[in-house]
Design a protein around this ligand. Structure first.
Ligand code: BEZ
Length: 211
């Protein structure tokens, strides 16, 4: 199944390292990050899961729940978690799905047979509090992900859900933002009484509204 931006995140029930989870119920009112890794006991994945565990407080701050997945079993994940804690300096503090029957991997199209027909690629899905898919990215097995970038996108998504703005290239929280293209100057005067800089009629820049 192809999962696209704006789709409702497919719901599922799965076994995880923290017990059986019904995905939508588990998310509750939170945002979510669902990410897959190709295989347990592999080097890049070990560093990725350790890093996510380290920055989990940053996800918590943003009201985002994190969950990992591979087609290995929960028992395998639990054994591997020992190595991750030992080598990465942080215990794994979020659930990992044991997707041995590939149910969730197939629902989210995480197995790309021309890359590898038995293991998941490095997929990331950001899911909003409305259960809609907000971001999808796919990395190859050989490239560890930049999870600071995922946090950056979540900051942008949460900001632009509240204000009629967009964020420019390489924006980070606190940087200048752009008035959305669909907002007329008249509407912008009401929305942003503090004013803005018109670089071009289609490029109107202002300080981040909630800072
Ligand atoms: C790794 O995590 O190091 C890895 C996993 C599968 C294929 C290649 C690398």
């Amino acid at each position: 199944m192809t999962v696209r931006l704006g789709d409702t995140a497919p719901d599922f029930t799965a076994e995880t390292t923290q017990g059986t989870i019904s995905f939508h119920d588990w998310l509750g009112d939170s945002w979510g990050v669902l990410f897959s890794h190709p295989k347990d006991f592999t080097p890049v994945c070990t560093t990725e899961l350790g890093y996510v565990a380290k920055i989990k407080p940053e996800f918590d701050k943003r009201n985002v729940k994190v969950i990992g997945l591979s087609v290995d079993s929960v028992e395998s994940h639990v054994k591997w978690e020992g190595d991750i804690g030992e080598t990465q300096g942080t215990p794994v503090n979020f659930p990992m799905i044991g997707d041995t029957d590939r149910k969730v991997s197939d629902l989210y199209d995480m197995i790309h047979p021309n890359a590898n027909d038995t293991t998941t690629v490095r997929s990331v899905f950001v899911i909003g509090a409305d259960k809609k898919i907000k971001l999808t990215i796919t990395y190859p097995a050989s490239t560890g992900r930049n999870f600071d970038e995922i946090l950056r996108v979540i900051d942008s998504l949460q900001l632009t859900a509240k204000y009629k703005v967009a964020t420019p290239a390489n924006w980070t929280d606190g940087g200048d933002v752009i008035i959305g293209a669909a907002v007329s100057d008249d509407e912008a005067k009401t929305l942003f009484p503090q004013g803005w800089t018109t670089v071009k009629p289609y490029l109107r820049v202002l300080p981040q509204p909630n800072k």
